[in-house]
Ligand binder design. Structure first.
Ligand code: AMP
Length: 206
């Protein structure tokens, strides 16, 4: 497993599939001071010819979670490659983790590498909004795991069962609730309100 020299400060973008995490991550990563990483995106970018990518796809198409050790190892390798290429600049950028950790075991495995400063909890109380977002994304992005409604419902169930306990792992004081059913601009404003103080506390900007 790749070794990180320091624990990187990070904020989690946390929430159910379809809650709008990826949209915000993509906007925020364009703002100086943030580096967004999504494990779902990393998995979809793996070379499909490799054994690893084939194994991962088997889980993704069924809506199941990829095993923890494999997930963490791919995540760390990806992160270290970005750091080595000077794309991720740990002294100047807060990591925004989207889609990881997804189990309490992943939280524990990440502890050595990642210092979670804040959890942005994207709450979307309307299940149908999420199902609808996923349905539209299936058309736009051609994602196989979004295409079937039964797989979507299964992902939402797994989120409830395996991923929501992640919230209990962290200090309640660092969990910030964001209503993610609003306009992207409104959700962005909510995120920035919480993230800017974290940037100021952890980085020096010239
Ligand atoms: P996402 O794009 O975040 O919805 O992720 C797509 C799929 O990738 C998920 O349904 C899982 O099969 C897999 N996946 C992404 N992140 C993780 C993770 N942290 N742990 C396990 N599986 C993951």
């Amino acid at each position: 497993m790749a070794k990180a020299p320091v624990r990187y400060p990070a904020a989690l973008i946390f929430g159910a599939p379809g809650a709008g995490k990826g949209t915000q991550g993509e906007i925020l990563t364009r703002i100086p001071g943030f580096f967004h990483l999504s494990t779902g995106v990393i998995f979809r970018k793996l070379d499909p010819q490799t054994e690893e990518a084939r194994r991962i796809k088997e889980y993704c198409v069924k809506g199941e979670l990829v095993p923890d050790e494999l997930t963490i190892s791919i995540f760390l390798n990806w992160l270290e490659a970005r750091r080595a290429a000077d794309k991720f600049k740990p002294k100047q950028q807060l990591l925004l983790l989207d889609g990881i950790p997804r189990t309490v075991n992943q939280c524990k495995l990440l502890e050595r590498y990642i210092d979670v400063k804040q959890v942005l909890y994207f709450e979307c109380l309307d299940l149908e909004i999420m199902v609808d977002r996923i349905r539209r994304r299936a058309v736009l992005e051609g994602r196989p795991d979004d295409a079937s409604e039964s797989v979507t419902r299964k992902r939402l169930e797994i989120y409830e069962r395996d991923t929501t306990p992640v919230l209990n792992y962290y200090d309640p004081a660092i969990i910030k609730r964001i209503d993610s059913s609003g306009l992207p601009a409104e959700v962005l404003a909510g995120c920035l309100q919480h993230l800017i103080p974290i940037l100021k506390e952890n980085f020096v900007f010239e």
